[in-house]
Design a protein around this ligand. Structure first.
Ligand code: NAD
Length: 258
């Protein structure tokens, strides 16, 4: 699918990857763009810079996602592209509080479910649509320092696969965006996904190139770091060897051996 002439929604649009996607979609000639986030001020700034609609939305609440979709449909028109991208990165092992596990699942899994419920049947009825679910390379491989992140992102990938299976004969394309480290406020923080930068940090604009190319080819996996594909093959070929390597890396990174 080409972005030119399309109506696109991007959650987590106030910052980092979401803001870069919004700018790139604008440069590609999108007909209209809506950016949604919980951070009001940076959201307004991104929206203003590209003439987008800014919608305050907490993606972990279904009523907010429904309101977002309704407002975009009312003010801009039917949604062609929905990028479910908002996310958080926090360290958390098995003993992380239940609330922390729940928050990760609400933002990284249920937000995608709410978006698909709200837009996919309408896309299918029109015979056209594109859903981009931002997961992470951690959702295909793992994150040696965060079980809450790795597990919820795996669930995000599993859901995107399922949606793709359900809707692919109805003109609805699904892609899962699975980068390693990208230079954004998320990777700036001390508890950010720093281990993801082992293969280097890319700029959000480079990631946007990959998104545009993958959309044009309508492929499922958006891998801005191509080496992730090699790691996936390695994991599928010999999972015990892969686990051994990940354990060695965790010990080297100095993570507590609990
Ligand atoms: P970021 O922190 O710059 O942006 C994330 C945005 O999501 C923020 O604007 C934040 O306010 C918003 N957000 C968080 N919770 C929200 C909620 N409940 N409702 C609405 N908005 C909410 O981070 P980023 O790097 O741009 O991350 C974007 C996505 O990419 C996330 O899903 C993240 O997990 C994923 N990702 C990032 C990297 C990386 O290295 N930066 C790597 C892999 C995956």
């Amino acid at each position: 699918m080409e972005v030119k002439g399309k109506i696109a929604v991007i959650t987590g649009g106030a910052s980092g990857i979401g803001a870069a996607l919004a700018r790139r979609f604008h440069a590609e000639g999108a007909k209209a763009i809506a950016v949604a986030d919980v951070q009001a001020e940076p959201l307004a700034a991104v929206a203003e810079s590209i003439g987008a609609l800014a919608v305050s939305c907490d993606v972990s609440r279904e009523s907010d996602v429904q309101r977002l979709v309704q407002r975009v449909e009312d003010e801009l028109g039917p949604i062609d592209i929905f990028c479910s991208n908002a996310g958080i990165a926090r360290l958390g092992e098995e003993n992380a509080p239940n609330e922390e596990w729940q928050l990760n699942f609400d933002i990284h899994v249920m937000a995608h479910v709410y978006a698909v419920r709200a837009v996919a049947p309408k896309m299918a009825a029109r015979g056209s649509g594109y859903l981009i679910h931002t997961a992470s390379a951690a959702g295909l491989l793992s994150h040696i320092q965060s079980a809450t992140y790795a597990v919820s992102k795996h669930a995000a990938v599993a859901f995107a696969e399922w949606v793709s299976i359900k809707y692919r004969d109805q003109g609805v394309h699904v892609s899962v965006l699975a980068p390693q480290a990208v230079r954004t406020p998320m990777t700036d923080r001390p508890d950010g996904a720093s281990v993801a930068s082992v293969d280097g940090m890319i700029e959000p604009e480079q990631l946007a190139d990959c998104v545009i190319e993958t959309m044009a080819a309508e492929r499922f996996l958006m891998l801005p770091h191509p080496v992730v594909h090699d790691y996936m093959v390695g994991k599928a070929t010999d999972v015990d060897r892969w686990l051994e390597g990940m354990n060695r890396w965790r010990r080297k990174a100095g993570a507590p051996a609990r």
